[in-house]
Ligand binder design. Structure first.
Ligand code: NAD
Length: 475
């Protein structure tokens, strides 16, 4: 049996961030995962390959939009093999880089599946058939999540795709039904729509991206109504039957089609479930909550003092950057440093075109909490940069505490919203007042000015916005 100070199970953004920091802090680390290199779902089958394809989708969208500015391109010819190898080369390059970073840090990397023997030892069944036993002082579980299934849907049918199947890009179907209008459904819908697939989305809730701010979603929804063949809200799938020429799907709900339309493929994107069924976990004192997430405290320690858990397996939101921060907290705590996971703002980004991004308190959540807030908005139609890029439909809004005038949250819809939101994260984390944002000089002409002008509008005066009803207030 080998001995290590820290074992980390799962080498996704939570696990590798934890392992790398622990090694940098001088601890002896063993990192365990089935894949050849660190990266996890995010790099192999999630964030990174989807972003490569979304980049291509955006380029296609821009060439189409440019006709209105007098520059016309022909219809794109998609060479799917080349596109697939571009995506795979990105994944290989980045996961290979993480492998190198891991080796340079002298981390022991074991390829296999881990099973608890007790709170201080694991058996690892190697992917090559071999086995390994390992004892440790502490362990960090970063085992991630997997796609949720839907009862009645034949998930073993080749016509039914998970997000991994869609990202594999083995074929570009003529028609694709996407069940679930959340992050994955809309991002992958955007990819396949750009590649020429006819997209239908079915969402059981009254709106797309149910958790997101309606002001932001309505801008994206308008674009998707143009790019997708159909969006059925308040609707559920009731049955699916595989037929020779496609999957026949029955719907129930406000916008249900009367017939059972056929789709070449069906993508299931109805959420993800935590991978907490780790063999032998019952030999530890770790506890799960009602949704099967591992219960953790602010230090990411479970009910077993030797066991920590981070990332998707330790609770929502299931986002890579939240996992990495938690991983770093767990590593610091094990190294004896004072640390806790207590963010004021976790940013969320939907990488469609336009992008939607938000952080901190949203107007919707403030309403649910009956918390009084003031909302300052700046429509991108008043931004020189946005208009010159043909993006006047965007919106930037700040959610502000009316008494302290602190920025509590922000929401942005528009091109590059995912990049712009970081300034708002910093404002919330630094407890900035809205005046701080208004008085910070932003470069002109940039989309970042929309944050500054939203802040100015809180005081009733912004240079590029004039509403007769606004009363100018002293800062
Ligand atoms: P999601 O929770 O974002 O969306 C699932 C959607 O499916 C919801 O809108 C839900 O109402 C709908 N739904 C559920 N059951 C349904 C049914 N029977 N019929 C119709 N609609 C139904 O989940 P997702 O899109 O699968 O993504 C999973 C997780 O992965 C997300 O929570 C997110 O944290 C993460 N993710 C993040 C990003 C990103 O950060 N850009 C991208 C992809 C995934």
């Amino acid at each position: 049996m080998s001995v290590t100070k820290i074992a980390v199970v799962g080498a996704g953004p939570g696990g590798y961030a934890a392992a790398f920091l622990a090694a940098d802090l001088g601890l002896d680390v063993t990192l365990i995962d089935r894949e050849p290199n660190p990266g996890g779902v995010c790099l192999y089958r999630g964030c990174i390959p989807s972003k490569s394809l979304l980049h291509v989708a955006k380029v296609i969208g821009e060439t189409r939009a440019s006709a209105q500015w007098g520059v016309e391109f022909g219809e794109p010819r998609i060479r799917s093999e080349k596109l697939r190898s571009f995506k795979e080369s990105v994944v290989e390059r980045l996961t290979g880089g993480l492998g190198l970073l891991s080796r340079n840090r002298k981390i022991t990397y074991l390829r296999g599946e881990a099973r608890f023997e007790d709170s201080h030892s694991l058996a690892v069944a190697g992917v090559d058939g071999g086995g390994h036993r390992l004892s440790f002082d502490h362990i960090i579980l970063a085992t991630g999540s997997r796609p949720a299934s839907l009862p009645g849907v034949p998930s073993d049918s080749p016509r039914v795709w998970s997000s991994s199947d869609a990202l594999a890009l083995h074929e570009i179907p003529k028609s694709l039904l996407i069940v679930g209008g959340g992050y994955i459904g809309l991002e992958l819908g955007a990819v396949y729509a750009a590649l020429g697939t006819e997209i239908t989305v079915v969402e059981m809730m009254p709106g797309l991206l149910p958790g997101a701010d309606r002001d932001l979603v309505s801008v994206l929804a308008k674009r998707l109504e143009r790019d997708f063949a159909s969006i059925m809200l308040n609707t559920r799938v009731t049955e699916m039957e595989e037929q020779e020429d496609g999957m026949a799907v029955g719907f129930d709900g406000a916008n249900a089609a009367e017939e059972r339309p056929r789709f070449e493929k069906v993508l299931l994107a109805v959420g993800r479930r935590p991978n907490s069924e780790i063999e032998g976990l019952d030999k530890t004192k770790v506890e799960l909550d009602a949704k099967a997430f591992i219960r953790v405290d602010a230090q990411r320690r479970t009910h077993d003092t030797a066991v920590f858990a981070v990332g998707d397996v330790a609770g929502e939101p299931m986002l890579a950057h939240k996992a990495s921060h938690e991983g770093r907290v767990a590593a610091e705590v094990i190294a004896g440093l004072r640390s806790a996971f207590e963010p004021a703002a976790v940013p969320a980004v939907v990488f469609t075109d336009p992008e939607i991004a938000w952080c901190g308190l949203t107007e919707t959540d403030a309403g649910k909490q009956e918390r009084e807030v003031r909302v300052a908005r700046f429509p991108w139609a008043a931004s020189g940069r946005a208009v010159s890029m043909g993006l006047p439909e965007g919106l930037t809004k700040l959610v502000i505490d009316p008494e302290t005038e602190r920025v509590l949250g922000a929401g942005i819809v528009g091109s590059g919203a995912g990049e712009l939101i970081s300034e708002a994260v910093l404002a919330v984390e630094m407890a900035a007042r809205v005046e701080d944002v208004a008085l910070s000089i932003h470069p002109h002409p940039t989309l970042s000015e929309t944050l500054m002008e939203a802040a100015e509008s809180f005081f009733g005066q912004s240079t590029h916005l004039h509403r007769a009803s606004d009363k100018v207030r002293k800062r």
